[in-house]
Design a binder for this molecule. Structure first.
Ligand code: FAD
Length: 659
């Protein structure tokens, strides 16, 4: 096998979004040599797309806000399935992370008295989202990037080398987490590095390090209609599984209620929740503001019963209840789905979202500049004069790597950490808008801190990267060219039985995967459909094993997709298997055949792991094992933040009586 370059670092961060950069800054500030690696250009991670804002209970606009209220809202939004310790840390630490960003140069919009402005969002009791117009993610990444550059300048002054202690490997992809020799296949060996390829040249290299942080974002590209970008192929989720870690809560996929539905080329692109937070309303084809018909019992006390009360809330939130358009996302998405199904949808299969009759054109352009631009450029719609057409779009995955709440360490794999969208647990069954950006900073920092401590403790005995593992990773990456197992011709790989199989086009396999996930494991789920999805996934796995590409290794998108297919298929199997198993509806998981939330499921996490024997087969067989695990009871002082009547809706009798 050809020589593969190796680089030594203390901490490797996979991903340069909000979570990855915050982790990198922390590890570097603790004095560790830190490498960041990302698929796209530095500064172009998915986080830049975040529009609405970052949730933190600073209480700048309503001083009734504090971490306890934020914790309560987050638990309610997640339907009490959140890892409560993560929700607690998140609510407590988010304000510090926002203020810290400001000291690093972030320019948030201001209140009249000069404080960081905060806006309303679904499920948040008070105006809580710090924002920069509707381009908050861009400012967040710009600030973190600037901080990384300033650390590099410090290093240059000290050592004459900008990249002495923090280096970004951009447009590079990790395909395997490497583990120390002697792992013995039982999944318990410690992490020793990552196997990577450079997208431009196709060159392989290894980053050796005792601590690796996954910060790779989400999985949306497994679904046909999605707000997610090309990078969201579930790589970190799959890398974790392949390294022996577990995923939890994979059945919970958030369908944002408002994606564009027209024209087809832009279907799924996000219409930020700020549109509703700032006063936008949803109407059906009869002009009815239908959300009043869809307020579930658990939320009835908190939401307005009439248009007059809902509109009054924007001016006087103490005397009125919130508009039902600001219910958590899962509720709004289901309501839109029901209206369209009942034949009351808009001409292109969505509903109407209107700001044009709610505020002056100048205010719309000032508060929602990206939305104004997006609709004018992409749909030829002027949102200051006419309503938008919107419908649900796959947006966020609540499920992810099973981590320790305090340290972000992946359970069961020493040296592996995960933060941001790739980590599971924080958001329970449904994430509140704005809670991702704060999650990235709170747990990105914690992951960087604990990865640094772990790496420091390994200083005298770093786990080794064995040549065999590197060779195996290279062979796996080359398989789509037919180089690894050398089929007779590029177009004719052989099946295990020896007969020739047609070469598969990775784009065709991807398209069918997206179609299947959207249709069969989408917003409303049924047992027969999910069983069919699992059948189809079996076929697609087999076909993906024969996906073949032509050309060379220099910037070859077909090859990159062929490699990403492994990840999307693994993750999709987790989603479908967990969704089929959970016989209730909760948050981002809605079963037509089990429409109610079941208190007995409240404490259950479904844990996905890779079947030991499945590694490397790439065939039709199931690859994921699923087991049910009980969550630890919620700490007493946190439970006391809720009224007893509310807890009765969520907790089991046993939990209520054991208080
Ligand atoms: P990302 O920012 O996606 O970064 C992932 C990184 O991992 C990238 O650098 C990528 O290149 C890299 N990567 C992935 N795989 C590999 C690999 N195999 N090898 C190397 N690198 C890899 N949340 C909010 O809180 N507020 C909002 O207003 C908001 N608005 C949103 C608007 C849109 C349109 C969307 C889609 C999401 C929005 N979200 C919002 C959600 C939020 O933006 C994301 O959840 C969050 O940005 C994810 O950040 P991350 O750091 O986990 O990952």
């Amino acid at each position: 096998m050809a020589h593969v370059e190796r680089h030594q670092w203390d901490v490797v961060i996979i991903g340069a979004g909000g979570a990855g950069l915050r982790a990198a800054i922390e590890a570097r500030e603790r004095g560790l040599r830190t490498a960041v690696i990302c698929k796209s250009l530095f500064g172009k991670a998915h986080t830049v797309m975040a529009e609405g804002g970052i949730a933190a209970s600073m209480g700048n606009v309503n001083d009734g806000d504090n971490w306890q209220v934020h914790f309560r809202d987050t638990m309610r939004g997640g339907k009490f399935l959140n890892q409560w310790r993560m929700a607690e840390l998140h609510a407590r630490e988010a304000p510090d992370r926002v203020w810290e960003l400001e000291t690093w140069g972030a320019l948030f919009d201001r209140t009249k008295d000069g404080r960081i402005s905060q806006r309303n969002f679904g499920g948040h009791e008070y105006p809580r989202l710090a924002h920069v117009g509707d381009r908050t993610g861009l400012e967040l990444i710009r600030t973190l990037q600037q901080k990384v550059v300033s650390l590099q300048q410090e290093d240059f002054k000290e050592s004459g080398d900008y990249e002495a202690r923090i280096k970004v490997f951009q447009e590079c992809t990790v395909t395997r987490i490497l583990k120390e020799d002697g792992d013995g296949g039982d999944g318990t060996g410690a992490v020793s590095g990552a196997f990577c390829y450079e997208r431009e040249s196709g060159r392989f290299f290894v980053l050796e390090a005792p601590a690796v942080v996954l910060a790779t974002g989400g999985i949306g590209k497994s679904f046909k209609v999605t707000s997610n970008s090309w990078e969201y192929t579930g790589d970190g989720h799959a890398l974790a599984l392949l390294a022996g870690a577990s995923l939890i809560n994979m059945e919970f996929v958030q369908f944002h209620p408002t994606g564009m539905v027209w024209p087809p080329s832009v279907k799924g692109i996000l219409v930020t929740e700020s549109v509703r937070g700032d006063g936008g309303v949803l109407r059906n084809s009869e002009g009815k503001r239908f959300m009043f018909d869809y307020v579930p019992d658990v939320f009835k006390e908190k939401y307005a019963e009439s248009e007059q009360e809902a509109d009054g809330w924007y001016e006087d939130p103490d005397a009125n209840r919130r508009p039902p358009e600001l219910l958590p996302r899962d509720e709004v998405a289901r309501a839109i789905n029901a209206e369209v199904k009942a034949g009351r949808g808009s001409p292109h299969g969505g509903v109407f979202l209107d700001v044009s009759t709610r505020m002056p054109a100048e205010t719309i352009k000032r508060r929602l500049p990206s939305m104004h631009h997006q609709f004018r450029e992409l749909a030829d719609v002027d949102i200051t004069a006419e309503p938008m057409e919107v419908g649900p779009t796959c947006h966020y995955v609540m499920g992810g790597v099973d981590v320790d709440s305090d340290t972000a360490a992946a359970r069961g794999v020493p040296g592996l950490f995960a933060a941001g969208e790739v980590a599971g647990g924080m958001h329970g069954s449904n994430r509140l808008g704005g809670n991702s950006l704060s999650d990235l900073l709170v747990f990105g920092r914690r992951a960087g801190l604990h990865a640094a401590e772990y790496a420091r403790a390994c200083a005298d005995g770093r786990p080794a990267v064995g040549a065999e593992q590197v060779d195996a990773a290279a062979a796996e990456a080359l398989r789509p060219f037919g180089e690894a197992d050398a089929p007779a011709a590029a177009g004719a790989p052989e099946s295990p039985a020896g007969e020739r199989r047609p070469a598969e086009n990775p784009y065709a396999v991807h398209q069918e995967l997206q179609q299947s996930m959207n249709e069969l494991v989408g917003i409303i789920r049924r047992e027969e459909e999910m069983s069919e999805a699992l059948e189809r996934l079996g076929d697609l796995r087999e076909r993906a094993g024969h996906a073949t590409v032509e050309g060379h290794r220099q910037f070859n998108p077909g090859w990159h997709l062929a490699l990403d297919l492994r990840n999307m298929l693994l993750v999709s199997e987790c989603v479908a298997r967990a969704a089929l198993n959970r016989t209730e509806s909760r948050g981002g998981h809605t079963r037509d055949d089990y429409p109610e939330m079941d208190r007995e499921w409240r404490r259950a996490n479904l844990v996905c792991t890779l079947k030991a024997a499945a590694e490397g087969r790439g065939e039709r067989a199931e690859r994921i094992s699923l087991r049910r695990r009980e969550m630890p009871p919620i700490r007493k002082d946190l439970l006391e933040l809720f009224e007893k009547e509310e807890l009765i809706k969520y907790l089991t009798d046993e939990e209520l009586t054991s208080e």
